[in-house]
Design a protein around this ligand. Structure first.
Ligand code: DUT
Length: 175
């Protein structure tokens, strides 16, 4: 079941959900509204090889923000470290950002129980859009699980900001 806003508040206060920093003002009926961090990553290679570590360009937004261009793919980050050992989580855009033509998530919305860190956003825009650090851009929902939780221990454990793909760390399937 999805947690209500009051339940997210109660579980955060009980230390069972981690949202840092946490502002009760950003609680929503079934989610918590997170903000865009100031770091943006952009792949510069003409061709990305899944089995080679990508070398993204790291951009830092100032208070004036940054214009995202259509036809480019960006990685953004959440200002907040978020997650829970006791709940799974799913990430969504805010309708208000989405209806401006800003997409922050395409195909990897699931957060495992035990994954607690700033989330990486898969960002594209429909037309040039200026985004700003600190703007509320998406929401995280928390879900109770059936069965015992197992802690996440994957390639992104310990992330402190937006992280480029680490697919190249996976064992390559033999020919
Ligand atoms: O859009 C997303 C989706 C998930 N996550 C976080 C939460 C999730 O628990 C973690 C790992 O995601 P996933 O398990 O999908 O990564 P993977 O590529 O399968 O790598 P690994 O098996 O090492 O986890 O990254 C994000 O930061 N952004």
């Amino acid at each position: 079941m999805i947690l209500s806003g009051p339940e997210i508040l109660a579980e955060t206060r009980a230390g069972r959900i981690h949202i840092d920093d946490f502002d009760p003002e950003r609680l929503e009926p079934n989610s918590y509204g997170f903000r865009l961090a100031d770091d943006i990553l952009r792949y510069e290679q003409d061709v990305i090889d899944c089995f080679e570590a990508p070398t993204p360009e790291h951009l830092k937004m100032g208070p004036e923000g940054m214009v995202l261009e259509p036809g480019r793919f960006y990685l953004g980050g959440t200002m907040e470290a978020m997650g829970s050992p006791h709940y799974a989580a799913t990430l969504y855009a805010c309708r208000s950002a989405s209806t401006l033509g800003i997409w922050i998530q395409f195909s990897a919305p699931l957060g495992h129980s035990g994954a607690v860190f700033p989330w990486t956003l898969e960002m594209k825009v429909a037309h040039p859009v200026r985004v700003y650090p600190g703007m509320v851009i998406g929401k995280l929902a928390f879900w109770s699980m059936q069965g015992d939780p197992t802690g996440y221990d994957g390639k992104y454990t310990g992330s402190t900001s937006a992280v480029a793909s680490r697919l190249s760390l996976d064992v390559r399937v033999p020919d």
